[in-house]
Write a protein that binds this ligand. Structure first.
Ligand code: KG4
Ligand code: ZN
Length: 345
């Protein structure tokens, strides 16, 4: 049995996860501690990098202590450490990478610089077991919106499409601002949308024309359309619930339509949806419906594993260990622009 410690600090969540690789190769999640600085960013309407870095610095060691207490383990039980080394905010990443190097050197255990994006996909293996090969991952977060072909979580991930402008979560956050809802915008829009009519307003579905890039996304036109629609009310009351529901329908429609088309065209019969926006109720419902119609098995981790956390990095670390991937050297550095295909550094 091997104990893997995972450290995540790419954005505004300090995540510490502990995963055990069982003798049969199965993964068991032993601890998943998350300290969020989201409240400190709310009044700015987005993450303030310097504030996030400082919060990571304060939260990291206490979160490690809580995680080991929750798992009833000691630091000396750790066999390997995985840390998010990109993509993300440079200063925020550096806090996690520095801590991970220190633990690795002090405990004399291997260190794996891991990519945050495959980490989101790895989170699902904690809940639903090993992924079949190949599978298609729809990664939808505040910073990324991508379709990935996953042949091997530890070694072979290929991007087949991505957003050409805003990420899906970013669109949620911007539209929430337009509607006077709090940051981050996903949860309050999701809630308002449940009371609204998704057919009230027909918002545009970006990049769905016959000549558009088949597997790429665009959400900036949708955000602008919502802003124009609200402006055109010219002081009249805004039906927030209907706007939220109609916006959410447009996002869920495009994401699921493109993902199902990609899986069908590539002949892939399993889809994983992960990242913060995968916690969205309409996205998971529509994905379930369309995947069932297309004969695709759908996997969506529970919301807690969809948003940023350390368990997903511990899980990816466990897959790296199992695959026999070479550990990182102690001169590992943070790479804010790490490409998704580079699973470990
Ligand atoms: O994966 P994540 O926690 O962080 C990044 O790596 O970006 O994703 C955060 C994003 C935010 O934009 C937030 O508004 C969105 O996920 N989000 C949601 C929901 N919960 C979080 N979007 C739609 N519906 C939700 N229920
Ligand atoms: Zn993320």
């Amino acid at each position: 049995m091997t104990i893997v410690l995972g450290i995540e600090s790419s954005c505004d969540e300090t995540g510490i996860g502990i995963v055990r690789i069982e003798s049969d190769g199965a993964l068991t999640l032993l601890a998943d501690e998350v300290a969020s600085s989201v409240d400190q960013h709310a009044r700015f309407g987005g993450v303030v990098p310097e504030v996030a870095s400082r919060a990571h610095l304060e939260a990291l060691v206490p979160s490690v202590t809580r995680a080991f207490a929750a798992a009833s383990l000691e630091l000396s039980d750790v066999d390997a450490i995985a840390v998010t080394c990109g993509p993300g905010l440079a200063g925020a990443l550096l806090v996690g990478v520095s801590a991970a190097k220190a633990y690795s050197a002090a405990l004399n255990v291997p260190l794996y610089g891991a990519n945050h994006l495959p980490g989101h996909v790895a989170a699902d293996t904690l809940e639903h077991g090993p992924l079949p090969s190949p599978c298609l991952a729809l990664l939808v977060s505040g910073g990324h919106t991508q379709l990935l072909r996953v042949d091997d979580l530890a070694t072979k991930i290929t991007e087949i499409g991505s957003t050409i402008d805003d990420a899906a979560g970013e669109a949620y956050d911007k539209v929430a601002r337009i509607l006077g809802l709090p940051y981050p915008g996903g949860p309050p829009i999701d809630k308002a949308a449940r009371r609204g009519n998704p057919d009230a307003i027909r918002f545009p579905r970006g990049l769905t024309g016959p000549r558009d890039a088949r597997f790429d996304f665009s959400f900036s036109g949708l955000k602008t359309a919502v802003a124009r629609w609200v402006e055109a009310r010219d002081g009249k009351e805004i039906p927030v619930d209907d706007v939220a529901a109609s916006f959410q329908e447009a996002v869920a429609d495009v994401l699921t339509a493109k993902a199902v088309r990609a899986a069908t065209e590539l002949g892939i019969d399993t889809m994983v949806v992960s990242g913060g926006v995968a916690a969205n109720s309409r996205l998971s419902t529509l994905a379930a419906q369309r995947c069932a119609e297309a004969g695709i098995a759908l996997r969506v981790p529970r919301p807690r594993l969809c948003t940023d956390n350390g368990a997903m990095i511990a899980a990816l670390g466990a897959h790296l260990v199992k695959a026999g991937v070479r550990p990182s050297s102690l001169d590992l550095s943070a790479n804010p622009g790490l490409p998704v295909g580079t699973v470990s550094v």
